[in-house]
Design a protein around this ligand. Structure first.
Ligand SMILES: [Zn+2]
Length: 476
């Protein structure tokens, strides 16, 4: 209902008659609903399906049955792909489903959709009434108690439109070089610990293990900020209002510029080591399978995750866990499709993959014993790749603590601290659809499955976190 009234108010503000806007909102809601009900299922719930499918250009028409796709591609600036090259499609089932909505009867609703997307995405650059409507919608969606202060809104716009320029300043101020070398050292220590675990994984055959080790050795580590910045940052012109410029014109020009850069990449050799969408100020980390790289922007290198002055074990329980978590994604059901250079080549043997799936199944079952804050059962299947990553990460870090009781205590306490969280009911509803489980489960489930936890703390079978040794699962 929130979506419907937002869409109605936006379209009315845009100048549509109230009754027309009301009708359009209902139609748009139905369109989204039709799509959402069917598309959530397959890919998200099948952890093995996170692949890209090669698609010959001549077969694109099969994906988009109800429209003539070729002129659409050309109008969008996409050149024809040569005969022996392919397009890569992320989710053919979802595309077919979306394409089935493109019919002449639905033309009016598709037009409304195009308008609402433009208004929604650019609302903050339009007259204040649009920005306010959007801000109220986002607040309600997040369950926020108060509107975002103006300074924060301004900062976010700056981040969205000029993320790289903002990032260059951010890195210069908050990313000292010695932090970079310390984090790289942690990453190398963890890489060595994970290497050791791969060598010892006796359920892997020789071929898969050799390829896994080569992939681990070739993995690129990116820390803090990119070394090079895009040239357009220094050439873009933003005109002040006195010279006839406007916020929306500048925003559209920047969008156009980004599009040109993206189109320009087509047909060029892929360069490893780029930062893609990651910005220095981003508080996140990622494994990029197409690049075989892990990235830790300057934004995540702060408390409670990392502190250059903290003892190593505290940092390893925070940032170290995140580094090791990202590394394991190179070896899960999504990483399995990409080789050491990030090419789409599955490097697992059939037998070893079956052994992986068997272990994965046990992890799915293990997590189903946990309950979400509303009492419902944790979705062990949807979250399985993340749980495998957490379990593998803590196993690596436990090896690095080398049976030192105090070091283990510091490591585990720090890990528990980084996942402290508070959620509003709306936030809970949103988060429960993600692939990560809630912080409390991420911490308790992994600790309970780790032998070192029982060495570090006096946990007995009478404690709620006790799991008997034969049920302490992990994959790596
Ligand atoms: Zn992850």
């Amino acid at each position: 209902m929130l979506y419907r009234s937002y869409v109605r108010d936006m379209l009315e503000l845009y100048g549509h008659e109230p009754s027309v806007a009301e009708h359009e909102a209902a139609e748009l809601f139905a369109l989204q609903q039709r799509f959402a009900m069917k598309s959530i299922a397959a890919e998200q719930h099948d952890p093995g399906a996170a692949a890209l499918y090669p698609w010959a250009e001549k077969d694109m028409g099969e994906l988009y049955r109800s429209i003539d796709i070729e002129p659409v591609l050309r109008t969008g600036g996409l050149e024809a792909v040569p005969e022996k090259q392919n397009w890569y499609v992320g989710s053919p089932a979802d595309i077919r489903l979306a394409a089935a909505q493109f019919t002449s009867e639905r033309l009016p609703v598709l037009k409304s959709y195009a308008i609402i997307q433009l208004l929604h995405n650019y609302s903050s650059c339009l007259p204040a009434a649009y920005a306010q409507l959007n801000a109220r919608y986002m607040e309600q969606l997040k369950g926020a108690a108060a509107p975002e202060p103006m300074t924060q809104q301004a900062q976010e716009r700056c981040w969205e439109l000029l993320g790289e320029a903002y990032g260059r300043q951010y890195a210069a101020r908050y990313f000292p070089e010695k932090v970079g070398s310390q984090v790289l050292q942690y990453a190398e220590d963890i890489r060595a610990a994970f290497r050791n675990r791969l060598v010892k994984a006796d359920w892997l055959g020789k071929s898969t293990r050799t390829k896994a080790l080569a992939k681990l050795d070739a993995m690129i580590v990116k820390v803090g900020a990119p070394r090079e910045w895009p040239a357009w940052l220094d050439t873009i012109t933003v005109l002040p209002p006195a010279q006839g410029g406007s916020f929306i014109d500048a925003a559209l020009a920047i969008g156009q510029q980004r599009r040109t850069i993206e189109l320009d990449l087509i047909g060029k050799t892929f360069q490893q080591g780029g930062w893609g969408d990651m910005l220095p100020q981003t508080v996140n980390a990622e494994y990029d399978p197409a690049d075989n790289s892990i990235t830790f922007p300057a934004g995540i290198l702060q408390l409670p995750i990392y502190d250059p002055a903290a003892p190593a074990m505290q940092n390893l329980g925070g940032l170290g866990m995140i580094i090791a978590h990202e590394i394991t994604h190179a070896f899960d059901s999504s990483g399995a499709h990409y080789d050491a250079q990030g090419r789409l080549r599955n490097w697992w043997t059939y037998t070893d993959w079956q052994a992986y799936l068997k272990r994965q199944q046990k992890i799915i079952q293990y997590y189903e014993r946990y309950r979400l804050p509303d009492g419902s059962q944790a979705d062990g299947k949807r979250s399985v790749q993340e749980n495998i990553a957490d379990l593998g990460a803590l196993a690596c870090l436990t090896d690095l603590a080398a049976d030192d009781r105090e070091a283990l205590q510091q490591l585990y306490s720090s890990y528990a601290r980084i996942w402290r969280e508070k959620l509003t009911p709306a936030g809970f509803q949103r988060e429960r659809l993600g692939v990560h489980l809630f912080g409390g489960i991420r911490v308790n489930a992994v600790l309970s499955a780790t032998d070192g936890f029982y060495e570090a703390f006096p946990v007995t079978p009478a404690d709620a976190m006790y799991v008997s040794p034969e049920d302490r699962i992990r994959l790596w």
